[in-house]
Design a binder for this molecule. Sequence first.
Ligand SMILES: Cc1ncc(COP(=O)(O)O)c(C=O)c1O
Length: 409
Amino acid sequence: MSIFRDIPPTAGLPLSIRELAAAYRNRHAGGLLAQDFQNFLGAPYAAVTCSGTSALYIICEALKELSPKRTILVPSFICPLVAFALRRAGFFIEPYDVGPRDFNGDAGRVAAACAANADIGTILINHLGGIPCDLTRFEQTIRATGLFVIEDCAQSFGALHKGRPVGTLGDFSFFSLAAGKGLTLYEGGVLAVNKNEHAALMDAKIRQLVKCDFRREARRILELLGYGLFYRPLLFWFVFTLPQLYWSRRGDDIKALREDFDSTFPVHAVSDFRKAAGHIAFPRIAGAIGSQREKAACYREALKNLPGLCILQEAAGDAATYPYVIALFDQPEKKLQALQAFAGAGLGVSQIYARALADYGYVQDSVPNRNSENARRLAERAITLSTSPFLKKSDIEKCIEIMHTVCGR
Ligand SMILES: Cc1ncc(COP(=O)(O)O)c(C=O)c1O
């Protein structure tokens, strides 16, 4: 078992203690992080929030001022925190199923759902795994019914759909700056508005809903410092893999995958120090994404002909960011075999979500149990291959070798 060299499962951007010290010295520059996002997106408004979840919650609170409709179409394979944000804002969830080998919904089914329920006023799309979702397929329905579009860009900052950055395709978007999500404040998020006419409303909502919470922010600052120290292969096993092993052995896959979320997420102000840490690391994102793409291409090339395996990738003309690579087996048994083969190897192989959204016990009262067949299929058959900056060429070669063995080649 690899204890002293354990690769993180996703491509979180490491932060050095030197960068954190520079962030402290330049904390007055914290306000520039929102500007970084706004400039990158060319958006009229962006703001830093304490999480992606709180960003979505604030967007939904603003939506209530724009439309009386209270039902949102949500993909069936998505982070359960999304359901918490929507429910807290008083919205109902109508799941639409993702594709069998992508995270796009079916245009006909989405149109039918809108025709059947006049309360549907918004569709949330998700660029999961940094792979741009194809919004154009819903264009007719969006135009015909005046749906608002929220983009969940929690995992996809920097991805391009037909040359346009994700986060600029719909009306509103949000990004996650949680640990492991690329650029990080340990916990954090960004919300963006794409139409001038919504900027003032969003700003007013932020002023109304976001409160100072010194104790929680102090804890986040300590966690960010801990991230600077521990987010490296030498120490990652102790802070991440050890608790994961503990919960796996106890048979709790939800806790092992850190999906034991709590509906009482905070909505508090982020300190200038943490924002400055994000601003200082921001220029490194482009290079990190380039390296993730190279690693993804390497996996794709080496695994493309393996029987019973599909490596998910973006549509032609799009550019995914690949914070990890999704390998989808035809058979659920193969996924289990693969996870066993990688256990203890320290190569960062993991899973996306343990369940379809409707199947998490803690959201069952708010997510109807329908339209989730493909999501269940993905949960049962997909593993993730790391594109972490710590992953070396020799690690990728080992991963490829193990995948060949699992797939019988
Ligand atoms: C697709 C997706 N949406 C939303 C979220 C919530 O973001 P955060 O953890 O920053 O609240 C996540 C985070 O795991 C996510 O992966």
